[in-house]
Write a protein that binds this ligand. Structure first.
Ligand SMILES: Nc1ncnc2c1ncn2[C@@H]1O[C@H](COP(=O)(O)OP(=O)(O)OP(=O)(O)O)[C@@H](O)[C@H]1O
Ligand SMILES: [Mg+2]
Length: 218
């Protein structure tokens, strides 16, 4: 699917604890200071009905009667349904108004998390997840925060919240590898891998430079 004609659509991705929430909020502040009138920071799972349910699954507040989380394919369908709702309710209206949308995660997270948790070696699952999301409007740029799994784990620990679904070390190592090769899985998209180590401001400077590379003509 094509990129939106109007507006700017930016996605921030990475493993759990890479700093996607921190850097999405920081970039939104920066762009507002720059004087951009309509800057909308948003996230997936979204604030919508399906996104809220998905977040409750991730935090273990919804479990099946047998006490297990839904399997990877069910999660892929739920994330894809949430994405349709997120695009329609939030992303497209802001882009149509010529604004900037900054999304903390988007379909690259589905490709990464559901294919890694499928235990199917990847490609077959990736193909299927791509097909589920084939109508999702394409970002102008996806910024991947590259952080070693140990550092991300330390950051998650310092946040002091209980571990969510997918927050085990082996899963996070597989995700880090997937993200480093993300361009291979989403051909045609502009994907920039940014070093996510260092202070929030140091990483922000790199994120801002990546943003500018996509939108500011040289
Ligand atoms: N550059 C940084 N240096 C040190 N700590 C950081 C940095 N960026 C974020 N943090 C801290 O690390 C923790 C994780 O950051 P954040 O919540 O932004 O990660 P995330 O990628 O959104 O994680 P999740 O995927 O679990 O939502 C937070 O406590 C945050 O304040
Ligand atoms: Mg986050």
């Amino acid at each position: 699917m094509a990129q939106p004609v109007r507006g700017r659509f930016v996605v921030v991705e990475g493993i759990d604890g890479a700093g996607t929430t921190t850097q999405t909020a920081r970039l939104a502040d920066r762009l507002r200071v720059d004087g951009l009138a309509l800057v909308r920071a948003t996230r997936e799972p979204s604030e919508g009905p399906i996104g809220s349910m998905v977040r409750q699954i991730l935090t273990g507040r919804i479990v099946a009667p047998e006490g297990r989380a839904p399997g990877w394919a069910t999660m892929a369908l739920l994330f894809a349904a949430d994405r349709v709702d997120h695009v329609e309710s939030t992303i497209e209206p802001v882009l149509a108004a010529g604004g900037v949308v900054l999304s903390d995660r988007y379909d690259a997270s589905s490709l990464a998390y559901q294919s890694v948790s499928s235990g199917r070696g990847g490609d077959d699952a990736v193909e299927w997840i791509r097909s589920l999301n084939r109508h999702a409007v394409r970002p102008h740029i996806t910024i991947v925060l590259d952080v070693a799994p140990d550092l991300a784990a330390a950051r998650r620990e310092s946040r002091g919240e209980p571990a969510q679904l997918y927050e085990q070390n082996e899963v996070q190592r597989a995700l880090a590898l997937f993200y480093r090769n993300l361009a291979k899985h989403i051909p045609g998209d502009r994907i920039v891998i940014v070093d996510g180590t260092g202070s929030v401001e140091t990483v922000h400077d790199r994120v801002y430079a990546a943003y500018q590379s996509a939108f500011i003509p040289r």
